[in-house]
Design a protein around this ligand. Structure first.
Ligand code: AN0
Ligand code: CP
Length: 317
C-alpha cells in the first residue's frame, strides 16, 4: 500500500478484516517490522484518539514516532501558492512538507475541511500537497473529506458484533452547536457501501451528503422510520454540504438527539459514535452509557486499524 486516504487503498475488505482480527489477537506480532523507521504524525487540528492510537500502533510495530502540532510551536504556514508573504505566516507549506519528509519514513496528516472554499476542501488540497511533495507514503488521520482510520475501526467493530452477514446499519445525523466537517459521515458511508451492508442514512432535509459518498445507500428523512429494525445506529453531526449552504449549521433540532425513544424501535441495536461526543446533543446519557453502547471498544479498535495500515505501508517501503 503506497498511501492510505480512502477505502480503495485497503483493497479487499474481507482480507483486511481478517488481518485486523489477527493483529488484535497478537498485536506485537510484527514488532520488528518498523525497526529504525520513523512515523511522523502532523496535526493541523486537535485530537485525542487519533494521536494516541496511531502512536501506539507505530510502537506496536517497533517504529519511532514524532508528533507535530502545527499550531503549537511550529511556524504558521501559508498554504496558497503565489501569495506575497508579507502577513503573519513566516513559512510556506511547500517548503515545510519536504523538510518534514526528510526526517521520517511515513507521514500521517490530520487536516480538516476549512469551509473557506468547497472545491479546495473536496479536492483535498492539503493532503494532496503532502502526497506530492513529501517524498513519503502518506496516510490520512482525517482529511477534508474522509476519516478512513476511523471507518476501518468502525468496520472492524461491526464485524465483531454482528449476528447476521448483512446487518442493517443506520447513519443518523444528530444536532451539534458548531459546524463540523462531513469527513466522518462521508467516509463511514464509503466503507459501509463497500462492505455491502443494508445501509440507511437519515438526516433532516438540507443535510444531503455528496452523492458520490451516498452511493446506493437508502436515504430516509424520517428518523424513526430509518431506525426500525436497525442492528447498528451510528450517530454523527455534520454541517450542510449542498450549494451555498456548504459548512453551515441549518438545524440544532434536539428531536434528532439519539435517545431511548428511537432506540426502542430498533432490533436492540448497538450504538456507535466516533467520539468526541457532546452528550444530550448527539446522544442521551442513558444510551451512551447503556449495555448496547460500543463507543469505547470502537475507539479501542483505532489502535488495530492504525496497526494494519502502518504495517502495510511499512511492507511497501
Ligand atoms: C471532528 C469532526 O466532526 O470531524 C472530529 C471527529 C473525529 N469533530 C469535532 O471537531 C468535534
Ligand atoms: N475519533 C477521532 O478521530 O477522535 P480524535 O479527534 O480525538 O482523534
Amino acid at each position: 500500500m503506497k498511501n492510505f486516504t480512502c477505502v480503495n487503498d485497503i483493497g479487499n475488505l474481507d482480507v483486511a478484516i481478517k488481518e485486523a482480527l489477527e493483529i488484535k489477537a497478537d498485536r506485537y506480532r510484527y514488532d520488528t517490522l518498523g525497526k529504525n523507521k520513523t512515523a511522523m504524525l502532523v496535526f493541523f487540528n486537535s485530537s485525542l484518539r487519533t494521536r494516541l492510537s496511531t502512536q501506539k500502533a507505530a510502537l506496536n510495530l517497533g517504529m519511532n514516532v514524532i508528533v507535530l502540532d502545527i499550531n503549537q510551536g511550529a511556524w504558521k504556514l501559508e498554504t496558497e501558492r503565489g501569495v506575497i508573504m508579507d502577513g503573519d505566516r513566516p513559512e510556506h507549506i511547500l517548503e515545510a512538507i519536504p523538510v518534514m519528509g526528510s526526517y521520517c519514513d511515513i507521514i500521517g496528516v490530520r487536516s480538516f475541511a476549512r469551509f473557506e472554499n468547497k472545491a479546495d476542501d473536496y479536492n483535498e488540497v492539503i493532503l494532496n500537497q503532502f502526497i506530492r511533495h513529501s517524498g513519503r507514503p502518506v496516510f490520512s488521520m482525517e482529511a477534508a473529506t474522509r476519516h478512513p482510520l476511523q471507518s476501518f475501526a468502525d468496520l472492524i467493530t461491526i464485524e465483531e458484533h454482528k449476528t447476521v452477514k448483512r446487518p442493517k446499519v443506520v447513519l443518523t445525523w444528530a444536532p451539534h452547536p458548531k459546524a463540523l466537517p462531513q469527513a466522518v459521515p462521508n467516509s463511514f458511508a464509503e466503507w459501509m457501501n463497500a462492505a455491502e451492508y443494508d445501509f440507511v442514512i437519515t438526516h433532516p432535509e438540507g443535510y444531503e451528503l455528496d452523492p458520490s459518498f451516498v452511493g446506493n445507500a437508502h436515504v430516509e428523512y424520517d428518523q424513526m422510520k430509518a431506525f426500525e429494525g436497525a442492528d447498528f445506529i451510528y450517530a454523527k453531526n455534520w454541517s450542510a454540504y449542498t450549494g451555498d449552504n456548504y459548512g453551515k449549521v441549518l438545524s440544532t433540532d434536539r428531536n434528532w438527539t439519539v435517545s431511548e425513544r428511537q432506540m426502542a424501535v430498533t432490533n436492540n441495536a448497538y450504538f456507535m459514535h466516533c467520539l468526541p461526543v457532546r452528550r444530550n446533543m448527539i446522544v442521551t446519557d442513558d444510551v451512551i452509557e447503556g449495555p448496547r453502547s460500543l463507543v469505547i471498544p470502537e475507539a479501542a479498535n483505532r489502535e488495530i486499524s492504525a496497526t494494519v495500515v502502518l504495517k502495510r505501508l511499512l511492507e511497501s517501503l
